[in-house]
Design a binder for this molecule. Structure first.
Ligand SMILES: Nc1ncnc2c1ncn2[C@@H]1O[C@H](COP(=O)(O)OP(=O)(O)OP(=O)(O)O)[C@@H](O)[C@H]1O
Length: 294
């Protein structure tokens, strides 16, 4: 399964030099640049409080940055026209569903707002995800409510789907099914899907692009398989490391000082790099990447 499309199209969302502080609060986004392209499934990773929700809200034009620009399909994210708005789907961290409605009523209500609506997909997902159509939403479990929000956001076949921690209350089978659905969105229609998560094991199932958020910026974004293939941890003296990095044409991502003038350098190698023998080098896994890059 390969969600890698030739990225020749213009970006679905683009943020340039975006800085955002909350009143009397810290600066959460610090000159952040980010591009999301059609055909990408992007997992946004960052520690608690790193600013993932703030970033996704800013990307959607729900928060106005103090500096920088945000565009959605080439339009100012703060002033999108109706056609552009209809191309976007959003599942917030906490969805306010109308608790007295039934799922069938809720979906009929939302359907009236969108020019496009895939009833067959909605029907299929309601059945597969075991959601009663005619039971009041307040009687659904947390996970069922979350699935319903996801169905609502998938139903109008958005070209850009933004989900904030969408799998938090889903069980492992639900998460697998959900991820499959996301990937088929991308493969079928070349949509862009971005979602924040803490559950690293889910990301290993699909060749997602991973975006690591740290220090108010996107520190690194690349497909997971490429990262596992190309990122290595090297250990040696500071001088040895400088020589080695230059020789390999490697991009240092994180340096950690060790005792006695030694350091550990996490670095991304060019695709064709040949490692010299006698160098202390370790492969890294997704847990290591998360620990070191966020
Ligand atoms: N409305 C707000 N007013 C003031 N500060 C806020 C507001 N929302 C978030 N913050 C602060 O901004 C920072 C980033 O919060 P944000 O919710 O964007 O992070 P996050 O990465 O989504 O966190 P988590 O993984 O815990 O959901 C935090 O320090 C938080 O306290």
């Amino acid at each position: 399964m390969s969600p890698h499309f030739p990225h020749t199209e213009s970006p679905s969302a683009e943020l340039s030099g975006v800085t955002l502080s909350y009143p009397k609060g810290d600066t959460v986004l610090k000159g952040l640049d980010w591009r999301l392209l059609p055909g990408q499934v992007v997992g946004l990773l960052g520690r608690n409080g790193a600013g993932k929700t703030t970033l996704l809200e800013t990307l959607l034009g729900l928060r106005e940055p103090q500096a920088g620009t945000v565009t959605l399909f080439g339009q100012d994210a703060l002033l999108p026209d109706d056609a552009t708005r209809a191309r976007i789907g959003y599942v917030p961290q906490q969805s306010d569903l109308f608790e007295a409605f039934t799922p069938a009523q809720l979906l009929a209500y939302f359907r009236s707002f969108y020019p496009r609506w895939n009833e067959a997909k909605v029907d299929g997902l309601l059945s597969r995800w075991d959601i009663a159509r005619d039971k009041p939403i307040r009687k659904l479990s947390g996970g069922q409510k979350q699935r319903l929000s996801i169905i609502r956001a998938l139903a109008h076949e958005p070209d850009l789907l933004v989900l904030d921690e969408p799998v938090a209350s889903l069980d492992p089978a639900g998460r697998r099914d959900f991820l499959r659905e996301l990937v088929s969105e991308v493969l079928d229609r070349g949509a862009t899907v971005v979602f924040s998560t803490h559950i690293l094991s889910d990301l290993e199932r699909v060749a997602f692009n991973l975006a690591f958020m740290s220090g108010g910026r996107i520190a690194l974004q690349a497909p997971l398989d490429e990262l596992l293939e190309q990122v290595r941890a090297f250990t040696g003296t500071v001088t040895e490391m400088a020589t080695l990095m230059a020789r390999l044409g490697a991009e240092p991502l994180k340096r950690t000082a060790l005792e006695a003038g030694r350091e550990r350098v996490l670095a991304r190698l060019p695709a064709d790099a040949a490692l010299p023998s006698g160098v202390a080098v370790d492969r890294v896994n997704l847990d290591d990447l998360f620990a070191e890059l966020t």
